[in-house]
Design a protein around this ligand. Structure first.
Ligand code: BDR
Ligand code: CA
Length: 320
């Protein structure tokens, strides 16, 4: 079993990643930290609660994350891509949240203490909450986990919110750089690979038909909304990139991506380069201490990714 503590900002691709993880027989989700990002923090918490409730799951603690980045700046949300409530046209009922206990960030410390190096951290949203763990409890404490997997950055490819920056790194570049510098055993899934992790309407139709999860009814409406938004952003695109889903698929199936080991940093303040992810890809990169090296996914085996996603949703562990 892979025990994971998830950091999410659901959001459509985060939601699909969460559904996949909950349905996967090899994953055990020990907690969900839901914070601002695609949607405001409160909405992220409610969406996580709604998705757990749909599957009848009551024993996974939801932890409320931050309302904004370490700079204290206000940041935009993305209703045009993810929908007003973050689930496309779906309106999660508010009463679900009222029924569920929501913990503060200290619960994340408790979970790390409890599970130690059996636990992996999977960060699919802004890096603020994970950075807060380093600030509150120190690198030695957080780095007792087995590994950290995160969606963020764009190496040698364009960004998605500025010409050079990806959304998770751009929204809180201080947090992103802090995590990369203080964290150990980090694997990064940047736009290089997640842009290629697309679901097409045909695959989503098939996934809906074969779906044995309590989430089957959500697939088409949330995908259609998200795909329509991407078609406006990138005319001619054949499907929508489900960035965060690739992370949880490749964590269990590492052969889905090809990786390089480099020290990754994030530009924190540049007028035109804020949030840019930087690593040395010269033929002879500068030597770095082994502990500073991150594993960066650079290429994806797309058919293997699709095969895995279809496989997991067709034989889910929670039956309707
Ligand atoms: C990342 O930003 C968010 O919008 C997505 O959920 C994903 O985690 C892609 O840049
Ligand atoms: Ca996300």
């Amino acid at each position: 079993m892979r025990k994971v503590l998830l950091f999410l900002d659901p959001g459509i691709d985060d939601s699909l990643a969460l559904m996949y993880t909950l349905m996967h027989p090899e994953y055990e989700v020990v907690g969900i930290v839901a914070g601002y990002g695609n949607v405001p923090k409160q909405q992220a918490v409610e969406n996580a609660a709604y998705l757990l409730d749909l599957a009848g799951i009551k024993d996974i603690p939801i932890i409320a994350g931050a309302i904004g980045p370490l700079t204290g700046e206000l940041v935009p949300y993305y209703p045009l891509i993810h929908g007003e409530e973050g689930l496309g046209p779906i309106k999660p009922p508010p009463y679900v949240y009222a029924d569920q206990e929501v913990f503060d960030i200290d619960k994340a410390r408790e979970l790390i203490e409890q599970h130690g190096n059996e636990l992996s951290i999977v960060n699919l949203g802004r890096l603020t909450d994970l950075a807060m763990l380093y600030i509150l409890y120190g690198p030695e404490f957080v780095n007792q986990v087995k590994a950290i997997y995160l969606m963020g950055g764009a190496f040698l490819v364009p960004g998605n919110v500025t010409p050079v920056a990806e959304a998770n790194f751009f929204a809180d570049p201080i947090a992103a750089d802090l995590v990369l510098e203080k964290g150990e055993s980090i694997t990064i899934f940047p736009l290089n690979v997640t842009n290629k992790a697309i679901l097409t309407p045909e695959v989503v139709e098939y996934l809906t038909q074969i779906n044995k999860s309590p989430y089957a009814f959500l697939f088409e409406p949330i995908f259609d909304f998200y795909f329509a938004a991407y078609q406006k952003l990138i005319p001619g695109i054949k499907g929508a990139p489900i960035h965060d889903l690739l992370v949880v698929s490749a964590l269990i199936n590492p052969e889905i991506v090809k990786t390089l080991k480099r020290r990754a940093r994030v530009d924190q303040t540049g007028e035109f380069t804020k949030g840019e992810s930087i690593a040395d890809f010269r033929p002879k990169p500068k030597e770095e201490p082994a502990k500073k090296l991150d594993t960066i996914a650079m290429e994806i085996d797309y058919p293997a990714f699709i095969e895995d996603v279809v496989h997991i949703f067709s034989q889910s562990k929670v039956e309707e």
